[in-house]
Design a protein around this ligand. Structure first.
Ligand code: NAP
Length: 485
């Protein structure tokens, strides 16, 4: 296997290394083994990447949308052909089970390349008929050099969700993955090159937040798209504002999932599993505050614990029989264990899990708390791990007020068989992405993103085009010019 990346950075169409950069390691979270040694980007590498992106962008934008789209769609085909190898790299990068990465990462990245590749040839401006025969039109223009900064939970997907719409619109990109998961984005860059992407249009450089900071404030950069936590979002948004740069912010959440007593029990439990334990709970849109109608709570918790006890297969994520992996890093494991301790200390009832697993690597047992109240730390702060909190409720108005009582607004969900209630509830959610009788699916065709502190802008769908391009307005005078003197 595994055709791992051959150097730390991919700049101007080739792998490059600068050993003067601070060294860091990519660690396989299932056993602590070092899978790659890399270097942070030095100032020279940052500059080379931005120069390459700046130089390549005008010619890329001047190509027809159809030509640009063809390259993106070719890259999508290559990603699908190599899905297995790319999934192994994603698993080594993140520790997520191969069973999951085979269906959720390179495939989702390929969907984005294909979708935006298809849209590239359809992008247009508008025509406006005005008084007296004058008229106007808009030209949809690329922004220029875009910076993408990624979180560690979906490195292939994030590289493609940002890169595909950016490139479809005629921008170039410098992408910085999380230092925890540096490998997958390099493979995306390599595949784009193989598909025919001109050198310099998509570059990947490594580093911690400091490297991201240098990219955001560079005068060559027109737009910054970040996927990360709210505290990082605040800093990046502020730094981008200094140069009035465009931003997209995909940030954290503490999303509510409301389960009414008339819901189908197994579907509701499946929804809550997808909302809390997929990727070992390391998903931004997770519905971690599970409000269950009081009369339904016992049945719900019993079935949840039974399904977790019988169904979770923990082990080496490269074994396709395994469906539950470790936390991405020791740091993340320690954060999550700290929250579990707080849950116990603040009086929540531990129904199952709650401990580090007795094996190598950063595994935490899937954890369910009941008796959680709105003021507990585990009900207020993003944990980003496999910790489900069950909160009781008695009526709809009460639960809606409690569900919305958070600074976050990424996602929200409801399970009920009463369709009128379902639509009323989602209309009342203060969240960017809502689910009825389903949870955590994010196909590329639909907008994805958050309100309130969870984000600015949207990824995926035609909405992403608005965030990676801008209209230039052209007024066309057809009459003599009137002037006051
Ligand atoms: P993070 O710590 O906020 O880091 C995100 C990225 O920003 C990393 O590449 C990080 O680099 C970089 N960074 C940190 N400080 C920076 C600065 N001052 N300037 C520029 N870049 C900076 O988030 P994470 O721990 O990687 O990921 C988990 C978070 O991401 C959670 O809050 C989760 O909800 C959120 N998330 C949101 C979405 C969404 O679509 N809404 C999707 C996935 C994850 P280093 O880490 O290498 O230092």
């Amino acid at each position: 296997m595994r055709a791992q990346p051959t150097a730390s950075h991919f700049v101007n169409g080739r792998y490059v290394e600068d050993t003067a950069g601070d060294p860091f390691e990519c660690v396989y979270a299932a056993n602590g083994e070092v899978v790659a040694k890399l270097h942070e980007a030095t100032d020279a590498i940052v500059n080379e990447a931005l120069e390459a992106a700046k130089a390549a962008q005008p010619a890329w934008a001047a190509m027809s949308g159809t030509e640009r789209g063809r390259i993106l769609r070719r890259a999508a085909d290559i990603m699908r052909e190599r899905n297995h190898d790319l999934s192994v790299i994603e698993t080594l990068d993140t520790g997520k089970p191969l069973q999951e990465t085979l269906v959720a990462d390179a495939t989702s990245g390929a969907d984005a390349l294909e979708y935006f590749g298809g849209l590239a040839g359809t992008l247009t401006g508008e025509h406006f008929q005005l008084a007296g025969g004058d008229w106007a039109y808009t030209i949809r223009e690329a922004l220029g050099v875009c910076v993408g900064i990624g979180a560690w939970n979906y490195p292939t997907q994030i590289a493609c969700w940002k890169g595909s719409p950016a490139l479809a619109c005629g921008n170039s990109m410098v992408f910085k993955p999380s230092e925890t998961t540096p490998l997958s984005a390099l493979k995306v860059a390599e595949i784009l090159k193989e598909a025919g992407l001109p050198d310099g249009v998509y570059n990947v450089i490594q580093g911690r937040g400091g490297v991201g900071g240098k990219l955001i404030t560079d005068r060559r950069v027109a737009k910054v798209s970040l996927t990360g936590s709210v505290p990082t979002g605040r800093k990046v948004y502020a730094a981008a504002a200094e140069g009035l740069r465009h931003v997209t912010m995909e940030l954290g959440g503490k999303s509510p999932l409301i389960i009414f007593g008339d819901a189908d029990l197994d579907n509701a439990v499946s929804g809550a599993i997808m909302a809390n334990f997929y990727s070992s709970g390391q998903v931004c849109s997770n519905g971690t505050r599970v409000f269950v109608e009081r009369s339904f709570r016992e049945a719900f918790v019993d079935r949840m614990v039974e399904r977790l006890t019988k169904g979770v297969v923990m082990g080496d994520p490269l074994d396709e029989a395994v469906n539950y992996g470790p936390m991405v890093s020791q740091t993340q494991m320690d954060i999550v264990l700290g929250y579990i301790e707080k849950g116990v200390a603040e009086g929540a009832k531990l129904e199952c899990g709650g401990r580090r697993s007795n094996r190598d690597g950063y595994f935490i047992e899937p954890t369910v708390f009941s008796g959680v109240t709105d003021d507990m730390t585990i009900a207020r702060e993003e944990i980003f791990g496999p910790v489900l909190s069950v909160l009781d409720f008695d009526d709809e108005a009460e639960v809606m007020a409690r569900a919305n009582d958070t600074e976050f607004g990424l996602a929200a969900g409801v399970f009920t068989q009463d369709l009128t209630r379902a639509h009323r509830v989602v209309a009342g959610f203060h969240a960017g992405t809502c689910y009825i009788n389903q949870y955590n699916l994010a196909p590329v065709e639909i907008p994805f993103g958050g309100s309130k502190m969870s984000g600015v802008g949207r990824e995926n769908s035609k909405a992403a085009i608005q965030h990676f391009s801008e209209p230039k307005t052209v007024y066309v005078g057809m009459n003599d010019v009137e002037a006051p003197f």
